[in-house]
Each structure stands twice: as C-alpha cells, then as structure tokens.
Design a protein around this ligand. Sequence first.
Ligand code: ADP
Ligand code: MG
Length: 256
Amino acid sequence: MENTRKKIISVSNLVKKYGDFEAVRSISFDVYEGEIFGLLGPNGAGKSTTLEIMETLREKSSGKISIDGFDLDTDASSIKKIIGVQLQSSGFYPGLNLIELIRLFGGLYNKSVEPMSLLEKVNLKDKAKNKTKELSGGQKQRFSIATTLINEPRIIFLDEPTTGLDPQARRNLWDLIRQIRDAGTTVIITTHYMDEAEELCDRIAIMDQGRIVKLDSPENMIDELVKNGFERKKQVKNANLEDVFLTLTGHEWKED
Ligand code: ADP
Ligand code: MG
C-alpha cells in the first residue's frame, strides 16, 4: 500500500558536521504524503538537526533533500511556502493576545487568516483574548501548533511538541496532530517518548548517534522483534501508573 502513496519528502545521504563532530551521519529516508512520520531517538541523536535542515533553518554539510518536488539546494524559497514551522514561544510578543499574534504572523506569510477559525481548530477559542503567558503548557503548545497552520502548509514540522506536558495534555495534542493529518497535512514529528511514537506515528525512523538504525511502522517493528523470538522477561501487568492516574482523574477533555 505504501508503494502507491506519493513521496512528499526524500532525504538521501544527509550529513551534518559541527566542526569535526558528525551529528548526522549519512541518513536516507522518504516521507509519504498524509502520514505522521516520527524521528525517534534519545537526546543528541540528531533529530532536531535533521528537522531544522528540512525546515531550511540550518545548513547541511552534504546530501540531497527534495520536498514536494523542490530541491532544497535550489528552491528553498518554494519549500518555505509549503511548510509549517513551529515558532519559538520566545517569538510571541508578550503584549499581544492570540488573535493579534495570528494576524501578525499571517501578515508575515502574506496570508489573510481567520483567527477564530484557526483557534477553533486547536480548541483555544476561549483564550482568544488572552496573552500567551496566560496559557497553560498544553495550551501554549496547541497555540504553537496553530501557528504552523497559518500558511495552510502541506507539511508541518513539530520538534518534541509534548515534552513537559501532563498525560491529558499529551493526549489532547496527539488528537490534534491526528486531526491535522486526517485533514491532509503531512506531519514530521520528533520525540524521545517510545509510547508517543508507538501511539501516534504511522512510520518511525529510530535514530541513534546520527544514524537511522531502523525505519518501519511501529507494528511491523514489534512484530518482527516477536517473530525473531524476543520475549519480555517479566509478565507485564494489564495496566500501568498512567492508567491509574487517568482513571482517577478522568479520560474526558480537561482544561490543561
Ligand atoms: P536531538 O534533537 O536528537 O537531541 P540534536 O540534533 O539537537 O539532537 O543534536 C545532535 C548532536 O549535535 C548533539 O551531540 C549536539 O550536542 C550536537 N549539536 C547540535 N547543535 C549543535 C551546534 N550548533 N554546534 C555544535 N554541536 C551541535
Ligand atoms: Mg532535539
């Protein structure tokens, strides 16, 4: 099935050196249109470097990258128009409320945006007149994801969007990211959380020390491991502490 899908990103032999240190060591992968593609790996694996090179925010040392048919080397400006990049919250002018910020960013992209419909998409209509410093961690992340959608991109890039959030806020964010994918946008996400990658991503590249050590769907990776005779040492319980917490505090949408 995957073979019939269109490749929207193609990365081949990407290398990034910081001085003598090779942070990304000749990695190659493709991303298909309409999928949530995860770069999973521990801190320092090279996830952000890879992401920022694709976002045109960082120079690569060598390799080829093509995004929606545009070559990064010759057509970075065309790539910028079709991608959504998460803005750092430090760039959110403290004096402006959410509506004003969206108008401001829309102006930067030369797009006329309807702030309330964008805020509705990320469940922040109630906070339209608030400033970002008045938002919770989860709300800030949802707003930051909203800013990636301002230019109606074909692809969005999210760098560890759920780090530091509580379980409910993480689940809200996963739902939002799935909605964005289901509306036709390709999502590239980095994470160091295994459960997040397993739950959210259609396919994952596992990165370690600048290399991709495995690339497949989470299901295929797990099936392959089991087929090769892997068994868990201990009987796993049918629930974990997170299940206890969610049961005690409620599964339903909560103010986060
Ligand atoms: P990740 O996002 O997976 O945690 P990064 O891409 O941020 O990894 O970093 C990969 C490696 O490159 C790390 O060892 C990091 O210290 C190094 N690195 C990242 N940015 C720079 C930089 N600007 N200068 C030098 N080394 C860097
Ligand atoms: Mg990182």
